[in-house]
Ligand binder design. Structure first.
Ligand code: GTP
Length: 293
């Protein structure tokens, strides 16, 4: 399995700086890193930070979250098909909600190959102290990135007085009591600290991991084809806390499993012209009782 780390954090907080350190350290351990970068603009200036020889894929001018997640999936799939590597580091845009960015990683296509290690959020400590100046929308994203982290780097500590440093750590910890917080300057942290990070996991059925707030994922496999009606009936019985389903559903009588998407109670079926693994990933809270019909 390939370990996957998701780097989150507000614009300019120090994600690319972290990426550079991590690439060096991963290599020094004799492991091979690969990088997936997401930029909102059409050009990725940060890609120069990635050494030659490190497999790199980019999603430009779109967000890894929401509408961009399918493109991201395709890019990650290409990376897996074309390259051999041990660690995948994903840098999201500063505008991405970290939990939405997980969508691309939780694809059923990768369930057997990717081991999600967690969300590492680089928090700009200086900005944290002046967060009240941000617009409510941006502030809320800023807080979400910290709230959902498995590991928080309280970065840019060099710009704070001792008193401000203590205040920042206390406040960050109050916002996300479960996360480990490390104070950093220029995102300097040993890769070993990241390796210790684990995203919350559920039972054996879970192949993909979990973000905070009890978000679980389950991979459910089909043994045989199902009737579409029966499957849609089953969807209606799911609790509201199932936020997302995607994968491939084999329908009785059809040659190939259909591509299937479900979000906000709405289902979408798409024909598929290749034999994909008949399995779906379910993402939500309280998924213990969720079984296929
Ligand atoms: N003073 C100070 N500057 C830092 C620190 N960490 C990063 N920087 C600087 O902050 C700027 C932004 O750092 P990046 O690593 O590019 O930030 P980013 O999160 O990748 O930025 P985006 O990709 O635009 O979201 C750079 O000029 C860094 O040198 C730090 O701990 N202290």
């Amino acid at each position: 399995m390939i370990d996957v780390y998701l780097f989150s954090g507000f614009l300019g907080s120090g994600k690319t700086t972290l990426l550079k350190h991590m690439i060096g350290q991963v290599k020094a351990q004799g492991l091979k890193p690969a990088v997936f970068m997401n930029e909102l603009g059409q050009t990725n200036f940060d890609s120069d930070s990635v050494d030659d020889g490190v497999p790199l894929k980019e999603l430009l001018d779109g967000c890894i979250c929401c509408s961009g997640s399918e493109k991201s999936e395709a890019q990650i799939q290409t990376l897996l098909a074309e390259e051999t590597f041990d660690v995948l580091m994903i840098e999201t845009t500063g505008a991405a909600h970290p939990v939405e960015a997980l969508d691309a990683i939780f694809s059923p296509l990768f369930a057997e190959r990717l081991n999600f290690k967690g969300i590492i959020t680089v928090a700009d400590s200086k900005r944290w102290l002046s967060r009240d100046e941000l617009s409510p929308q941006i502030r809320s994203l800023f807080l979400e990135q910290i709230r959902h982290a498995d590991l928080i780097l309280a970065n840019k500590m060099d710009l704070l007085t001792e008193g401000e440093q203590a205040k920042t750590i206390f406040e960050l910890q109050s916002l996300n009591p479960a996360a480990q917080i490390i104070q950093t300057v220029h995102s300097k942290v040993p890769f070993k600290q990241l390796e210790k990070t684990t995203a919350k996991k559920s039972d054996d059925v879970v192949k993909a991991p979990v973000a905070k707030l009890n978000l679980d994922t389950r991979v459910l496999r089909f043994e045989a084809g199902v009737k579409r009606e029966r499957f849609e009936e089953w969807l209606r019985t799911l609790p509201d806390t199932v936020y997302r389903i995607k994968g491939y559903v084999p329908l009785e009588g059809d040659k190939y499993p259909h591509a299937f998407q479900y979000a906000y109670g709405m289902a979408q079926w798409l024909p598929e012209y290749m034999k994909m693994q008949p399995q779906i990933v379910v993402i939500g809270e309280g998924l213990e009782g969720v079984e296929l019909p």
